[in-house]
Write a protein that binds this ligand. Structure first.
Ligand SMILES: Cc1cc2nc3c(=O)[nH]c(=O)nc-3n(C[C@H](O)[C@H](O)[C@H](O)COP(=O)(O)OP(=O)(O)OC[C@H]3O[C@@H](n4cnc5c(N)ncnc54)[C@H](O)[C@@H]3O)c2cc1C
Length: 389
């Protein structure tokens, strides 16, 4: 039974266009952290409108939003002027504020980005300059300072310390957003996979198995399914192709490493991710990953079991004490890419957050890979601004 069918359609006098006959003012497709943040923003900030969120699974947040590193990024890696930089910096600020206010578990762990070679040190220099330009605090540590701080860590050419980086309980965040959306009168329709969309004279009809809703505005926040949804309303010449890049995480079963901060290798251009790093979860558990494996579809959620050897090679550059037999493939996530391996490296492709030309009231959110969790609240703010000015 689809909850959507039990929802009484409401006809609203006050909508964006003034006198809409549609069931809802806003329809958000996708119940990941971004869709939840957008739906909550629209519902809370616009009393007198109505919002429905459609999610294909029986729970919200079971795809990429619960298969990531849960790191609150500081905004170091992405090009100046990009949405990734702008929304990550703003999103981190908003996220820390919300965590404190709503008691969402988080920790300001800080992070070290480690250089093992001269060229890697040059990469850190470039990150430092970028951070200065964006008022993101960063500090250089010498190899000796790193050793004093984290005795098991090697950084032959020193490290950059980012005090603004932290970790968050992403499930608690999504639970909070979900609650706030419903408290503001929003509807969440689970088990509602969108199968077709039809543009109307004013607004859109969105079909799910056994029913449909109409809405003045649609926000496509379908993550790995977003390109497919976008193509339902784009003309043939503007259709997009989705690419998928899997990242496997490895649990650690060796002696406690005593590491207190997040550890990242220097980023490599064209890598597709940020390198196989060490993160801690809220409980203090160490995990390594994600690695980079281009795959043919979003369904491939089996951790790459044959990939331990390669991961250990990367990890041992900064943690020489880690052994292959101490790593176990744990879980994986898939990065939603809009450009393939040739152009999908770190910061290579920006987030797409736009009202589609010729499709009034339709907002596409595409390629929302990392730092999408960090940026979620800022993406929601931007979507609201696109719609309401
Ligand atoms: C390996 C990995 C590590 C990452 N690490 C970090 C990190 O440390 N920090 C950070 O800031 N970001 C990180 N990210 C990025 C972050 O996880 C994502 O940007 C964020 O979760 C995207 O959220 P979303 O809501 O857009 O997508 P999703 O969480 O994928 O949600 C989309 C939802 O849409 C639903 N959906 C899809 N199609 C349909 C349909 N047809 N009908 C109805 N519903 C549909 C799906 O079921 C899903 O629930 C990482 C990503 C990956 C893959």
């Amino acid at each position: 039974m689809h909850r959507i069918l039990r929802t009484t359609p409401r006809r609203l006098a006050s909508t964006l266009s003034g006198s809409s006959q549609n069931d809802y003012t806003h329809c958000v497709i996708g119940g990941g952290v971004v869709g939840l943040a957008v739906a909550r923003q629209l519902a809370v900030r616009h009393p007198g409108t109505s919002t429905v969120l459609l999610e294909r699974h029986e729970m919200v947040g079971t795809e990429t939003s619960s298969r990531n590193s849960e790191v609150i990024h500081a905004g170091l890696y992405y090009p100046a002027g990009s949405l990734k930089t702008e929304l990550c910096v703003r999103g981190a600020e908003m996220l820390y504020e919300l965590c404190e206010k709503a008691r969402i578990p988080f920790r300001r762990t800080g992070k070290l980005i480690l250089a093992q070679t001269e060229p890697e040190l040059e990469t850190l220099n470039a990150l430092y300059t970028h951070a200065l330009d964006h008022s993101i605090p960063l500090r250089f540590l010498s190899a000796r300072e790193v050793r004093a701080r984290e005795p098991s860590v090697t950084a032959r050419h020193g490290a950059l310390e980012s005090p603004r980086t932290g970790i968050i309980d992403s499930h608690a965040l999504m639970q909070h957003l979900h609650g706030a959306l419903e408290d503001a009168g929003g509807d969440v329709a689970l088990r509602s996979p969108v199968t077709a969309v039809t543009p109307l004279a004013s607004g859109y009809r969105i079909d799910v198995p056994g029913g449909s809703v109409t809405a003045d505005v649609v926000v496509n926040a379908a993550g790995l399914g977003a390109v497919g949804i976008a193509n339902m309303v784009l003309p043939p010449e503007r259709q997009l192709t989705a690419y998928y890049c899997k990242g496997t995480y490895f649990g650690y079963s060796g002696r406690p490493l005593g590491v207190r901060t997040l550890l990242y290798p220097a980023p490599v251009k064209g890598h597709g991710g940020l390198g196989t790093h060490l993160t801690l979860d809220i409980a203090g558990r160490v995990r390594f990953g994600p690695d980079v494996e281009w795959v043919g579809g979003a369904e491939d959620l089996v951790p790459g079991v044959g990939r331990v050897k390669e991961a250990v090679k990367e990890i041992r550059r900064y943690l020489p004490g880690v052994r292959e037999e101490e790593l176990v493939p744990d879980y994986c996530g898939v990065r939603p890419k809009i450009v393939g391996p040739e152009g999908g490296g770190v910061g290579g492709v920006d987030f797409v957050v736009r009202v589609e030309e010729g499709r009034e009231g339709w907002v596409n959110l595409l390629g929302i890979e990392s730092p999408g969790l960090t940026s979620s609240l800022a993406i929601a703010e931007r979507v609201e601004r696109l719609l309401y000015g």
